[in-house]
Design a binder for this molecule. Structure first.
Ligand SMILES: Nc1ncnc2c1ncn2[C@@H]1O[C@H](COP(=O)(O)OP(=O)(O)OP(=O)(O)O)[C@@H](O)[C@H]1O
Ligand SMILES: [Mg+2]
Length: 312
């Protein structure tokens, strides 16, 4: 671990180096970039869109996140080592790497869920490790996390499951009242419309397919009004068509929220066509950080050397 003095000196240096502002890099998904086999999915999404556009909130300003020389150790194992990069507002980033290369660990640190062993993560110039508990809670509340196997509460309706995402914005008395009264019916309906499930608002999770449950989880994440979206292989357990639907939805939502998106995936066609930037990890280290147009096949071969997860 670094000493407090060393951390302060490095923190000052990093802040000096990053005090300039940067333009947001926001590019909406192009309407004409789908391959023919994606057509049915686009139709499905379009069906969910008309009323969908409205309930998503006006763009928030997503923060600049600076990762500086970060390590994370678990016992004797270095899961992440000497990783540095900057995430710009509205940027869409693919995070790739073989199993065990440190992707989830890195996402967990960005979300403030676990601490770095060494190094710094600055969110809008504030060191995440030095944040007060309320500030860290606020940062975590601004991060929407899409997981591979989202958990819905089986005893709660779809409405109540999505409402859970609102709790961070509420006083405890309102939270308590929500157990007895249907709160924010129209707002939750709007969020569910965004994922094409408005009609299922008062169904139970057990009545939905895996892909539909994943979409409810996305609506729940939307309810938190995130400005950073961290997707950890959210489609890995889904069939290819549903996976494509969910992926498009996540990218669409990121563009509409003007949120920074880090999308962890092994799906290289997505990497080549839908992101602004590719960050690749190998054995915990940063092995690649470039726009897709500059990512060579050799670089991808190197990142996935000896592994079988790569798709495409
Ligand atoms: N809580 C933990 N305790 C001990 N070791 C851990 C822990 N979390 C992760 N690791 C180790 O850290 C390394 C990186 O794990 P991580 O989950 O970040 O990889 P990943 O790139 O997300 O892999 P995958 O593609 O399989 O999800 C692995 O060697 C893993 O065993
Ligand atoms: Mg992982």
């Amino acid at each position: 671990m670094q000493s407090a003095g060393a951390r302060d000196t490095t923190r000052r240096r990093v802040l000096d180096a990053t005090s300039g502002s940067r333009d947001p890099v926001v590019k909406a998904l192009k309407a004409d970039d789908a391959s023919p086999h994606e057509q049915p999915i686009r139709v499905a999404l379009d069906a969910a869109k008309p009323e969908a556009a409205e309930p998503v909130r006006a763009p928030s300003i997503s923060p600049t996140i600076l990762v500086q020389d970060v390590d994370r150790r678990f016992g004797d194992r270095m899961a992440v080592r000497h990783v540095s990069f900057t995430l710009h507002p509205g940027e869409r980033v693919a995070l790739i790497g073989a199993s065990g290369s440190g992707k989830t660990t890195l996402l967990d640190m960005l979300a403030g869920g676990i601490r770095a062993t060494n190094g710094f993560i600055f969110v809008e110039g504030v060191d995440i490790q030095a944040m007060s508990a309320p500030a860290l809670r606020r940062h975590r509340a601004r991060c929407g996390i899409f997981q591979q196997s989202p958990v819905l509460v089986p005893q709660l309706t779809i409405h109540q499951n999505v409402l859970v995402g609102r709790l961070t914005h509420w006083h405890w008395t309102k939270t308590l009242a929500s157990m007895f009264v249907t709160m924010e019916r129209d707002h939750i309906r709007g969020l569910l419309d965004n994922v094409g499930l408005g009609e299922r608002q008062f169904d139970m999770p057990g009545q939905l397919s895996g892909g539909q449950q994943q979409r409810v989880a996305i609506a729940r994440t939307l309810a938190t009004e995130p400005v950073v979206l961290l997707a950890d292989e959210p489609t890995a357990s889904l069939d290819p068509v549903t996976a494509m639907t969910i992926t498009r939805l996540v990218f669409d939502i990121a563009a509409r929220l003007n949120a920074t998106l880090v999308f962890c995936t092994h799906w290289l066609d997505l990497v080549r066509t839908k992101v602004d930037r590719v960050i690749g990890m190998r054995h915990g280290k940063l092995a690649l950080d470039a726009p897709p147009s500059e990512v060579s096949e050799q670089a991808l071969d190197h990142i996935y050397a000896g592994s079988t997860e790569r798709i495409g």
